[in-house]
Design a protein around this ligand. Structure first.
Ligand SMILES: [Zn+2]
Length: 339
């Protein structure tokens, strides 16, 4: 029987000395190679003071995390150019329709807004705190293959998340702007938007345009069709997409058939007892004389975040006898490619 705590009591008033300490357990568990602090802002004109405050905190928190844990940090500014530029009410249905900044201003127009209204403060914060920053628009994010593949993977499982993402109505919405040239209108609350998951490579979304009536849009991992997810839905996909690219380290003995293993190689793992496979790309291969040296060199948490160094050493040595270990061992840093 699994026992769950009955009260989600997370009041830390007397236990917390600094705000960034809230993240300490996660940083210790994950032992990250770097920390990216992300802040999303709707691109809809000059930022108000609350927006600037949140962005400043993203930089300050990143700087404090770097000083506390000694890992490189970065601030990623997510420019939410899917924010509504114009909202109108359709007289026929009474539904509200929106056209996003991305469709009204285009990529160049959005870049100009970011450069004139946000960039000067980011540059100043980066220089003062020695924290680099990058800017990514939502339009670019949704167009990326990994993001779209992650959404396609999440889609059939959305039932499990809907009450958490939308506690009042249980309805998480997405928009696909009308694809007619020069149009781009979409129902703001997606009342008549329906999603059909066809396969891991394809979903079909149907909706009703303000001007062009019923339309269908196919969303594939690669393609120009715009996928506009509501805020929490997007955050869910963003988080899962980020986890899916986390690097891990595999341990192997230096058998002759691994002599040529090099960064860029793709390895296919088969899930035991099934036909399922998972591809990983080799990022780095490092030689060590034995398993102890490997765990010290790589950091035990990178190999297995939930076991101590001694536990890992015992379990690896249970698999590989001393004569195998004597061949030398390899730490293979990998990146998951499978969905
Ligand atoms: Zn239209």
């Amino acid at each position: 029987m699994t026992i769950h705590p009955v009260s989600p009591n997370t009041v830390l008033a007397n236990a917390l000395h600094h705000a960034e300490d809230v993240l300490t357990p996660r940083v210790l568990d994950a032992a990250p190679e770097r920390i990216v602090s992300t802040g999303g802002t709707q691109i809809n004109g000059a930022p108000h003071i609350g927006t600037s405050l949140v962005q400043t905190l993203a930089f300050v928190t990143a700087a404090r995390l770097r000083d506390k844990f000694g890992v490189p940090v970065e601030v990623r500014f997510s420019a939410l150019d899917n924010a509504p530029y114009t909202i109108v009410t359709d007289n026929k249905s009474g539904h509200r329709y929106q056209r996003a900044y991305a469709h009204a201003l285009g990529e160049r127009g959005i870049a100009d807004q970011v450069d004139s209204l946000y960039r000067p403060m980011f540059t100043a914060m980066s220089e003062r705190l020695r924290v680099p920053h990058s800017v990514e628009t939502y339009s670019r994010q949704q167009a990326a293959e990994h993001f779209r593949r992650t959404w396609l993977r999440v889609l059939p499982r959305m039932d499990a998340a809907r009450w958490r993402l939308a506690p009042s109505l249980s309805r998480t919405h997405l928009r696909v702007p009308c694809p007619q040239p020069g149009c781009g209108w979409a129902e703001k609350y997606a009342e008549r938007t329906y999603v059909q998951h066809v396969s891991a490579e394809r979903a079909v979304v149907s909706a009703v345009c303000l001007h062009h009536d019923y339309y269908e849009v196919a969303i594939a991992p690669v393609g120009a069709r715009y996928l506009d997810l509501s805020t929490l839905y997007r955050n869910l996909v963003t988080e899962i997409a980020a986890t899916g690219t986390q690097k891990t380290t595999e341990v192997r003995v230096k058998c002759p058939h691994l002599a040529d293993l090099a960064p860029g190689n793709v390895i296919r793992f088969r899930v035991k007892g099934t036909d399922e496979t998972c591809d990983v790309r080799v990022r780095q291969v490092t030689d060590y004389p034995d398993f102890g040296a490997l765990l010290d060199g790589e950091g035990a948490a990178k190999v297995n975040p939930v076991a101590t160094r001694e536990e890992q050493l015992a379990s690896i040595r249970a698999i590989y006898p001393p004569e195998k270990e004597a061949l030398g061992v390899l730490a293979v840093r990998i990146e998951l490619l499978c969905p």
